[in-house]
Design a protein around this ligand. Structure first.
Ligand code: PLP
Length: 276
């Protein structure tokens, strides 16, 4: 695999960054994952906009739009990647370990694409989830590489024989380990509002827009674990999870325990939007 690292195109076996890189020491970095459908990036502009907001908030001096030629070149160099993902990470850069935010002029940039073979099991049959207390920080709207609690939640879910973890802060449901979350109640979609407790997902945004065009009402408001357990349908959204129905949470069936009709309509509309 060819990886772009700080202006150089390298084989992954020889691509390295410094042990003093702030991403390595402090997770002082933001990243994006972009889905590739039919050899093209899906909603690249929205991903880059979110990434720039994260860079600005953390005062990392980098303009992500400068990397657009690199993203295009990656597709040219990897023509076999018709369905896949782009990973881009920008860290503050390399500096001797110290707290405070050094004004570094050379951020560390890593970009690569890789192919994806989709596994349709959850999309078709629905997944099983488990509740995990959301112990993450209050800036979940910035897509930093500090994902240890997301990883721990996912691992806890796998150990409980589930596919994913659903985070809750007290009684309030926030999102999943790497996806946003929607419930369907009496034909209306309900999802946690944007703000510090969730990542403002690109797929979440696309699904809200699609729901509007389908005439499905959407409420962006908080709801509880009990609201989720008594919902008619439940699905997660994310760049890699796309629109993933979930039919069971901690052993409780959601609705009929099968993928519901509203979720199927959203899945179909989303598939059309991706062009596959
Ligand atoms: N929430 C979290 C915690 C995530 O990590 C992600 C994606 O990685 C999402 C939500 C979904 O965001 P997007 O649809 O932009 O991929």
């Amino acid at each position: 695999m060819i990886v772009y690292v700080n202006g150089q195109w390298l084989d992954d076996s020889s691509a390295t960054v410094s042990f003093q890189d702030r991403a390595f020491v402090f997770a002082d970095a933001v990243y994006e994952v972009v889905h590739i459908y039919n050899g093209s990036y899906f909603k690249l502009d929205l991903h880059l906009d979110r990434m720039q907001k994260g860079l600005d908030k953390l005062r990392i001096q980098s303009q992500v739009n400068d990397l657009i030629p690199v993203f295009n070149e990656l597709l040219n160099r990897n023509p076999e990647v018709k369905r896949g993902s782009l990973y881009v990470q920008i860290s503050r850069g390399e500096a001797p370990r110290a707290h405070g935010l050094p004004k570094l002029k050379e951020p560390t940039v890593v970009v690569y694409v890789r192919p994806l073979t989709p596994d349709p099991r959850i999309w078709e049959q629905g997944g099983r989830a488990t509740f995990v207390e959301d112990l993450r920080w209050q800036m979940c709207n910035i897509k930093t590489t500090g994902l240890l609690l997301n990883c721990m939640a996912k691992e806890e879910a796998l150990e409980r024989g589930c596919d994913d973890a659903i985070f809750h802060r007290g009684e309030i449901v926030t999102e999943a380990s790497a996806s946003n979350l929607f419930i369907v109640k009496k034909g209306t979609l309900v999802t946690h509002p944007t703000g510090p407790w969730i990542l403002p997902g690109i797929t979440r945004h696309v699904v809200i827009e699609l729901a509007k065009t389908l005439g499905i009402p959407v409420k962006e408001e908080q709801f509880t674990k009990d609201d989720l357990l008594s919902a008619d349908e439940l699905f997660l959204t994310g760049t890699m999870s796309e629109v993933s129905p979930y039919v069971e949470v901690d052993g409780n069936k959601i609705g009929t325990g099968e993928v519901g009709p509203v979720t199927k309509r959203i899945q179909e509309a989303f598939r059309k939007e991706t062009g596959i």
